[in-house]
Design a protein around this ligand. Sequence first.
Ligand code: SI3
Length: 304
Amino acid sequence: MASPGSKKLTGLVAATFTPLTPEGEINLAMIGPYIDFLLEKQGVRNVFVNGTTGEGMSFSVEERKRLAEEWCQRGKGKLEQVIVHVGCMSLKDSQDLARHAAEVGADGIAVIAPSFFKPSDADALRQFLQEVAATAQGLPFYYYHIPALTGVNLRARDVVEGIEKCIPSFHGLKFSGQDLLDFGQCVSYSQPHWSLLYGMDEQLLAALALGANGAVGSTYNYLGSKVNSLLSAFDKGELSQARNLQFQVQDVLSYAVKQGFDVAVNKQLMSEVSGLALGPPRLPLKPCPHPRILSIAQKVQQVL
Ligand SMILES: CC(=O)N[C@@H]([C@@H](O)[C@H](O)[C@H](O)CO)[C@@H](O)CC(=O)C(=O)O
């Protein structure tokens, strides 16, 4: 298990897809080859498991445990960090997953806002996060902000207000929102050991300019190498090169959106580009016709 003084999470973090068999069962055998692909072909050394891209909310607690365990075991000595998303509608399920993540050697956990019964204010959400974090004390904890999917439109800046008083293991946030005012205010409030991870791949450069330390996203599964170049151009102050690389990512994503882009399409795209058989999505997501995937994959190949 990671210690409180563990290495700060920076750089690219792939929000992983969950491999399924053609029959729709979790396919643990794909995780080893998936890790090798990320390391060898994308230069991506961190993963975010069971999140949105990984359809985490569509799996049972038992399935999520088996997935977390496999990613931690296979990633040991290879990946730098495995962050496990443990958010659920039920506080008890989240606590169970958080405890389990600590037991299997995750490097951190993240929690999304519950979205059926929504927290009425930032304090209610902080209390929910606190009760989850307390079951995995010492394991770095990240708040996962994704208002477009949760419908919880609390400002992240309000959520992190005084958060370390109730969550001593708080290490930062994964900000998957468009509101760069809110993101900037989180950065300016943050502590040096926090990681501010941005989650909208199409506008990462803007978040880097505001002080993001890294990024968690779905496209880093297959555009990781390209976006690593963007990060190093930005670090060297080569802004026009960084902008050019961001524009290429934007071209791919705006093309994909025009074709119809969701987690199911994205997963099939990853299978097509990587050659890894990741299988179908789980219902309610539905597979998409293959020609559409091929056309988006061609667009991806053009920028590689
Ligand atoms: C809504 C959504 O899926 N957002 C993605 C992005 O990486 C997104 O796919 C990308 O910016 C393209 O729109 C991530 O923020 C999600 C994520 O990190 C996760 O899987 O937990």
